[in-house]
Design a protein around this ligand. Structure first.
Ligand SMILES: Nc1ncnc2c1ncn2[C@@H]1O[C@H](COP(=O)(O)OP(=O)(O)OP(=O)(O)O)[C@@H](O)[C@H]1O
Ligand SMILES: [Mg+2]
Length: 263
């Protein structure tokens, strides 16, 4: 089982869109996927028409109450986000184990919810480095961070790397001196346009980085996936749609395959 978190300090860079489409892609290729929505905006839950107020991720952080795993389809499950997660985070601010609550929930519920049945756990996060995000990063094998072509897009990379470095130290086990944080950090250049100077600058800045796993173009079809609640993997099954945009679908397939190889 692999745990992958989509995280970026900058908002609107495509965390949810990529998490959703990549997770659905994995599911279509036969993998069993559990999504966990750790963003109190609950965008990922909303794609699946889930608007829960109870038995959400909130209970993982409160440390009490049931947590419901929605079976969306044969291969896709989801733990709903909680619109009050930001308030819950403030409530637990003074707890010494506040960054380890998801780790502990996994450990305590591993057998009961049979976490081993999932090939991938995909976590979506709020655009910040809050307690919930830190919890996600600590349990992850890989972090995927989208970067977009914009004035501050590339700088966001350094900002995240600095915080990840600090978290690695913060999440140390005092007995063994080893960090609970072991995830590798990867980048996806997202919403890359043809022939704009900001896109060219971003690609130039990233060209020598070996942890950039994909370049995803800006494409209305991709934008529509979350609005229409139909993933790239679903759309590809429609031969008419596929034939019209064959290159785009083939490029995305290649990118998602490379991500799976690397992470
Ligand atoms: N490659 C793309 N091409 C076109 N539109 C895209 C692409 N990726 C994301 N978008 C669109 O950009 C907007 C922001 O994406 P998304 O909500 O996934 O970002 P986010 O990082 O999760 O935002 P937040 O920080 O608010 O959680 C959405 O409208 C989405 O459909
Ligand atoms: Mg989002």
């Amino acid at each position: 089982m692999k745990i992958v978190t989509f995280s970026a300090i900058k908002g609107g860079v495509g965390k949810t869109t990529l998490a959703y489409n990549y997770g659905e892609w994995l599911a279509k290729s036969g993998k069993n996927v559990l999504f966990i929505d750790l963003d109190h905006q609950c965008n990922l839950s909303q794609i699946y028409d889930i608007y829960d107020n109870e038995e959400t991720v909130g209970n993982i952080f409160k440390g009490s109450g049931r947590v419901k795993i929605h079976e969306i389809s044969d291969k896709v499950s989801l733990i709903s986000g909680d619109m009050r997660l930001d308030a819950i985070e403030r409530d637990i601010e003074n707890k010494t184990n506040k960054n380890m609550l998801l780790y502990l929930w996994f450990a305590d519920n591993y057998e009961r919810v049979n976490l081993e049945q999932y090939d991938f756990i995909i976590i979506d996060t709020h655009p910040d480095f809050s307690t919930a995000t830190k919890n996600a990063l600590i349990v992850s094998n890989s972090i995927i961070s989208p970067i977009t072509p914009s004035e501050h897009g590339y700088n966001a990379k350094f900002n995240l790397e600095e915080r990840v470095k600090d978290l690695k130290i913060e999440a140390i086990d005092y007995n063994t001196r080893k960090s609970y944080f072991t995830a590798n950090l990867y980048y996806v250049a997202n919403m890359v346009k043809h022939n704009t100077s900001s896109s060219r600058q971003l690609l130039e800045a990233l060209k020598d980085e070996d942890n950039v796993v994909a370049v995803i173009p800006e494409k209305e079809l991709f934008n529509r996936t979350t609005l229409d609640k139909k993933s790239i993997a679903d759309l590809k099954l429609d031969t008419k749609v596929y034939q019209k945009q064959k290159k785009f679908f083939d490029d995305i397939a290649k990118s998602f395959d490379i991500i799976s190889e690397k992470i």
